[in-house]
Design a protein around this ligand. Structure first.
Ligand SMILES: Cc1cc2nc3c(=O)[nH]c(=O)nc-3n(C[C@H](O)[C@H](O)[C@H](O)COP(=O)(O)OP(=O)(O)OC[C@H]3O[C@@H](n4cnc5c(N)ncnc54)[C@H](O)[C@@H]3O)c2cc1C
Length: 419
């Protein structure tokens, strides 16, 4: 590999993963073309990387493959006022995902996921700091920490989370209700305690940040083609072909960074990867971002508030229902009610958005070459943490494409684990 230099790369998807990968590759002097069905600079561009809660949350190692919440899942699904919902017409399509989820919902897998999420999350802020030096982030990023609040109802789960983070050496500051109210005096005290991650940051405008990174990519010589990609294949040892309805594009290597839509492409490559989506929603309350200084997440409700330039963004819930079902009015109402529970002074909302978290049933992303086609590289499945993991994914995947050595153990992120 010593004098190897990749000649060209095509990347499908210009969400945060695609743009960060493209940027790192261009910096290595490798020609890159990004594809997306929407132009990242346009108003139509509203993927997960646009509408997320904007948390850069390097501490969030624990995912939903945890036995302590498994017992609560049926109760949550049957309640229309809970953080988890299911589109019943989608159940038959989720069998494969549920099968792998149940296989991975045990203490051993939970700790495995936490360990390997920690490996990359731990590097995530530094990776952003590095690329933020190259763009203007004024008014786009704030470093005031992130607060989680909870009631005493599920203390067993809260204690488990605290212990696992302690074991991994993750810094967390426990807060009483009084201390939370000192930091965020406008909150309605419907919670009992919480935790502050004071080193965490949040985006005041995720789309604004992505646009600036994309502009930098173009400025450095990256190409962008707006088109819907239908399929791709590896045609020889050093050629891959990406196809739209009417065109075909040749590159030495191709990267699938298409978020929750990646499965449509990987299925055609003969790899049956159980990627699905956890749907989430947001609404904004215009000019109400001054009510809190930093993101506040209410864990019992599975929702949070982030002060953003568009207004106060109320965001969250998990709905299992695939990519094609229409948005659920009930979920939007749930988020609005939760927001008003924490901040009763809120009035009208605007701007309802549905987004798709790309989630694998063991809650680890897939990062690395395809099992069957070594020149097709995967970079998807970042679930609730894809915004946090954008910059580090860019570094990892650009290294894989360029054939560089790494000290990271990338085996746990391979697609082989599902084959
Ligand atoms: C409600 C919600 C809140 C969230 N909050 C946070 C948070 O606070 N912190 C955090 O770290 N993460 C958060 N996330 C998760 C995070 O937003 C995602 O994991 C991340 O944005 C995924 O990035 P991506 O680039 O993989 O995919 P995406 O952002 O979905 O981008 C994929 C792109 O690929 C394009 N594409 C797909 N298929 C094709 C095709 N065939 N042809 C052409 N283009 C194609 C799409 O148009 C899209 O632009 C949240 C997600 C949601 C839904």
């Amino acid at each position: 590999m010593e004098n190897y230099k990749c000649k060209s790369v095509g990347i499908i998807g210009s969400g945060i993963q695609g743009v960060c990968i493209g940027l790192q590759l261009i910096k290595k002097g490798i020609p890159v073309t990004l594809f997306d069905r929407n132009d990242p600079l346009s108003f139509e561009f509203k993927p997960a990387s646009y509408g997320n809660a904007g948390h850069f949350s390097p501490y969030a190692v624990l995912q939903f493959n945890r036995p302590d919440i498994l017992n609560d899942v049926p109760k949550m699904l049957l309640s229309s006022y809970g953080p988890l919902a299911l589109k019943w017409n989608y159940i038959p399509k989720m069998f494969q995902w549920f099968y792998h989820y149940l296989k991975n919902c045990n203490k051993k897998s939970m700790l495995h996921t936490a360990k390997y999420m920690h490996q990359i999350l731990n590097l995530s802020l530094d990776a952003y700091e590095e690329i933020f030096k190259e763009i203007d982030t004024k008014g786009l990023v704030e470093k005031k920490g992130i607060i989680y609040v909870w009631t005493n109802k599920n203390l067993k789960s809260r204690n488990l989370e605290i212990k696992i983070r302690d074991d991994l050496g993750i810094k967390q500051k426990h807060l009483t209700q009084k201390e939370i109210l000192e930091l965020e005096p406008n909150l309605n005290p419907v919670f009992d305690a919480g935790v502050l991650y004071d080193y965490a940051m949040h985006a005041r405008d995720p789309h604004g940040i992505l646009k600036n990174l994309f502009k930098l990519f173009i400025k450095k010589g990256g190409k962008f083609i707006q088109t819907d990609i239908k399929n791709l294949e590896q045609t020889s040892a050093n050629e891959t072909v990406i196809r739209s309805e009417s065109e075909k594009y040749k590159f030495e290597k191709s990267v699938i960074a298409s978020g929750a839509f990646s499965k449509k492409l990987t299925d055609q490559l003969g790899e049956n990867i159980p990627l699905d989506t956890e749907r989430g929603y947001h609404v904004h309350f215009k000019n109400q971002d001054h009510l809190i200084s930093r993101p506040v997440i209410f864990l019992d409700r599975g929702f949070g508030l982030t002060p953003m330039n568009q207004g106060l963004r109320a965001v969250g819930t998990v709905e299992l229902g695939g990519l094609k079902n229409p948005p659920s009015e009930k979920r939007i109402k749930y988020i609005i009610n939760c927001a008003k529970e924490l901040l009763p002074q809120l009035k009208d909302h605007y701007d309802e958005w549905l987004g798709f978290r790309p989630t694998l049933p063991d809650f680890l992303p897939i990062l690395g070459p395809s099992f069957k086609n070594k020149n097709i590289i995967y970079a998807f499945g970042h679930q609730h943490l894809g915004w946090t993991l954008g910059a580090i994914t860019g570094k990892i995947i650009s290294g894989v494409v360029a054939g560089e050595k790494t000290n990271l153990d990338l085996t746990p992120y391979s697609s082989k684990r599902f084959n």
